[in-house]
Write a protein that binds this ligand. Structure first.
Ligand code: NAD
Length: 477
């Protein structure tokens, strides 16, 4: 495969080769409604070919040294850096996010890659006496499948490829049909550093995910997407007892205590609610403000939200792009329709039709909707968020935990003791204090309850792609 990557044609990568399919399809630029380039629609024959190649490649890749895998990942990192401009442009075009966030996503992928090569999953000697030595080691599982959603296609694919190959596995990436472009190019770039069959990608329609999860070849499914699909993936994987890691939906609460500097905190809450037009698994989706500062906080967050520009991702100063696809647009519209139906008070926003092409909404804050309303209970995954009030610590903790989700949460207070006291009682995989979103790649990233099973990040993330093996030696035969 040549060294120069062409960013205008898009093909699968099977066994180191760029391949096309008889049938093709295309995504839509969500900011303009224009069609993006054609991509393959993989068939069961393509799935069989990729699985076969992944299993064959596993035999030799799993025996390579850690050094070889690390070098390949570092080469991949360098190439992503070289192609960052093209990847960023493509990400804006396929996903709709503004340039600064597309840049941030590429940066996040690069930071993840640079950090993971420092993680060492080494053999552990858990007992060593005169009579016996007991060693725990971690061996690769085999061929993995990485199923990627449409909200952050580039960084999420990288977060699956890197731990899989570093631990000696091979992997097939399956992008969302809405956002296949960056993932196809990433894997094409990877061919310059990995032997054929180690990193592959298949683009397709809605049949492709179920074909891969049901196929007897793969040993592991690493899935990121909605909780509803995660349940289907687990059900399908259970037939062949594939390992699963499920990174699923969220309904993150932010608890704002009475002592915060309102003018400093409110803009941060607005940005953490409306970044990527609310389409982030760990976006703030419920804002609980102490009643003593409620009016002042509402004024400040309305001011901050009014300053957030909505538009096409390449327009200067745009903070919110469109919702990514027509299916999600229709779903988010139902929450906007509820405003009138349920007689919710609106603090700001409410416009569902921005009078321009593309799937745009105004960033919208609902003022004190009932605790059991859809906007509080469900994950809209769009730029609409409820502002709620509290006055009793135990009650706000109970409200924050009163959900099937448990991905992220944040507590905001200048009294760090109070913040920790509240944070420690929140049922969520990540609890931030006085911030939201900040990623630490050495620490677990995953959900409690219906937000997921297993986690990515840190040594535990590497272990998710491994079998544990105990070697128990009798020294005195
Ligand atoms: P989705 O569940 O609709 O799709 C995710 C992926 O699964 C896509 O590639 C899709 O083609 C594939 N898929 C769909 N049905 C399948 C099936 N039956 N078997 C196998 N694969 C199948 O999710 P989405 O709408 O793309 O993404 C939005 C959701 O993802 C939100 O709920 C969000 O919170 C969640 N998410 C979670 C994280 C996390 O790390 N926890 C990160 C990003 C997004």
């Amino acid at each position: 495969m040549g060294a120069e990557i062409d960013f205008t044609t898009f093909r699968n990568v099977i066994n180191g080769e760029l391949t096309s399919t008889e049938q093709t399809r295309h995504g839509i630029n969500p900011a303009t409604g224009n069609p993006n380039p054609e991509v393959p629609v993989s068939t069961p024959t393509d799935v069989d070919a990729a699985v076969e190649a992944g299993l064959v490649a596993f035999k030799s890749w799993s025996k390579t040294s850690r050094k070889v895998r690390e070098q390949a990942l570092l080469g991949f990192t360098g190439a992503i850096t070289r192609y960052r401009e093209q990847l960023t442009k493509l990400l804006v075009q396929e996903q709709g996010k503004p340039v600064m966030f597309a840049n941030g996503e590429v940066d996040g992928a690069l930071a993840f890659l640079r950090s993971i090569v420092n993680l060492k999953l080494e053999e552990e000697i858990v007992e060593d006496t005169e009579d016996r030595q007991v060693i725990v080691r971690f061996t690769p599982l085999g061929l993995a499948v990485g199923i990627v959603p449409w909200n952050a296609p580039l960084v999420i694919a990288v977060m699956k490829i890197a731990p899989a190959v570093l631990t000696g596995n091979t992997i097939i990436i399956k992008p969302s049909p809405f956002t296949p472009y960056c993932d196809l190019k990433l894997v094409e770039i990877a061919q310059q550093f990995f032997p054929p069959g180690v990193v592959q990608v298949l683009s397709g329609d809605d049949s492709l995910g179920p074909w891969l999860t049901a196929h007897p070849g793969p040993a592991k499914i690493s899935f990121t997407g909605s909780s509803a699909t995660g349940k289907k993936v687990m059900e399908s994987a259970s037939k062949t007892l594939k390992r699963v890691t499920l990174e699923l939906g969220g309904n993150d609460p932010a608890i704002i205590c009475a002592d915060v500097d309102v003018d400093k905190v409110a803009p941060k809450i607005a940005m953490s609610s409306f970044a990527n037009a609310g389409q982030i698994c760990v976006a703030i989706k419920r804002i609980y403000v102490h009643e003593s500062i409620y009016e002042k906080f509402r004024e400040a967050i309305v001011r901050a939200t009014a300053a957030l520009k909505v538009g096409e991702g390449n327009e200067p100063g745009v903070f919110l792009g469109p919702v990514q696809n027509s299916m999600q647009f229709e779903k988010v519209k139902t929450f906007f329709a509820d405003i009138e139906k349920e007689k919710w008070n609106v603090a700001i926003g409410a416009k569902g039709d921005m009078g321009k092409p593309g799937y745009f909404f105004e960033p919208t804050i609902i003022d004190k909707p009932p605790a059991d309303s859809r906007i509080v209970v469900e994950e809209p995954f769009g730029p609409i968020v409820p502002l709620l009030t509290w006055n009793d610590e135990a009650a706000v903790i109970e409200a924050a935990n009163n959900t099937k989700m448990g991905l992220g949460a944040s507590v905001w207070s200048s009294d760090l003791e109070q913040a920790r006291r509240i944070g420690d009682q929140i049922e969520a995989g990540i609890v931030w204090i006085n911030k939201h979103f900040d990623a630490c790649f050495e620490a677990p990233f995953g959900g409690h309850k219906e937000s997921g099973i297993g986690y990515e990040g840190g040594l535990g993330g590497l272990k998710g792609f491994c079998n544990a093996q105990t070697i128990n030696i009798n020294k005195n035969l």
